[in-house]
Design a protein around this ligand. Sequence first.
Ligand code: FAD
Length: 432
Amino acid sequence: MNIRETNYWLETVPDRALGAREGLPDLVDVAVVGAGFCGLAAARVLAKRGIRAAVFEAEELGWGASCRNGGMVLTGLKLPVPTLIARYGREATKRMYAASLESIDLVEQMVKEEGIACSFSRCGHLEVACKAAHFAAYSEAAALIKREFNHELRVITKNELRTEIGSDLYFGGMVDERSASLNPAQYVTGLAKAAQRAGASLYDHTRVTGVEPEVHKGGRKFRVFTSRGSLLARDVLLATGAYTSSATPAFRKKVIPIGSYIIATEVLSGGLARALSPRNRMIYDSKHFLYYYRLTPDNRMLFGGRAAFVPESENTVRESAELLRRGMVEVYPQLRQVRVDFVWGGTLDFTFDVMPHSGKIDGLHFAVGFAGHGVAAATWMGAKLAGVICGDVDDNPFSSIPFPGAPIGLRSGSTWALPLAGWYYRVLDYFT
Ligand SMILES: Cc1cc2nc3c(=O)[nH]c(=O)nc-3n(C[C@H](O)[C@H](O)[C@H](O)COP(=O)(O)OP(=O)(O)OC[C@H]3O[C@@H](n4cnc5c(N)ncnc54)[C@H](O)[C@@H]3O)c2cc1C
């Protein structure tokens, strides 16, 4: 295979060099660490509300998971609703589910308001069942979600499945029309421009190396150390996701970085693209070690999965290309002779309870744990956190739940246990 080991989405965004060239100010109201969906959505709201916000990004703006993902803007949370209800009760779960729907509306509204050309479309998503038992659970799940949240999901039997997907591999499916799709690199770049237009200062290639409390003119502030020098901030917002580093050690212990990889084929003919995905849905399967796939706006098949569990490196990206191609051909034998043009990887921000969280750690605001739902959830959480910093009442259902760290101190920043987690989920997929 002659594949480019590079992110296809970035090819669609020619100019991402938006960062400020001037030196750092001495003092800002809010220092935001990380320029992904979360940090940029927060900076945009802060700036629009008259707060002096500076965003620090170690690499290019949007460099992390936010420009590398599948661009699926999904309803719901990573954990199934019965698990959420058992853990947090019906009322809290209702608020969490409502937040997931609201977060898609927020993305849509921002895309419109800021004129972000990122092919946003309410195309809906399709979950496909890899086993008969998975399909059997769909009707109950749809009924529960209708009853508790008045939200409609449509169960698709195996006989009807060809109207949704050009594959005979699955036992049936479930459709949610509220989900959407976009081009994530165009979206995150548009968000950066919107934050900048609103008045936020964006510093790319500026790594935060540490944050320390400091008393300044009798008030408590934070000294933020960066690769360009230091400055004082009244508040600090950590939006570093899976790429959180030892610069913020307490926060790092709460985050599990999990690798995910994507291939994109050559451009397909319109007929073949329609045959593979007649309604252009965002598709994912029912396994723990799942595949997710979709057509790009220019009709490539984009096919992703956790081909390796560890964060991306040259080796894991290269190895993933063939593993994912085989997975894609298993789903779509029609693509056996089709060329794969791109492969890339990224790191997902998981937490130990597989939930999103926001709040304060060591006096620093944070939001993290969006896993495979971060396009909408990280945007929403960033905007919400900005509101809290501006003095809004904190009605965020994810800020009041317990935030567990690693069991028995398992994680201190190294990723040695991740291959074990990968095998655990493979075994789970075999038996459940
Ligand atoms: C391959 C892949 C596919 C995915 N598919 C989907 C999908 O289809 N739908 C969906 O909803 N979600 C998906 N996700 C998840 C989603 O992309 C993330 O949850 C979301 O982008 C997280 O946004 P964020 O702003 O919190 O973090 P990020 O976008 O990761 O941004 C964090 C930024 O912080 C910067 N940073 C870290 N430390 C420092 C420091 N010390 N100083 C300065 N900067 C720092 C990093 O360089 C990085 O750019 C996927 C993720 C991956 C990797």
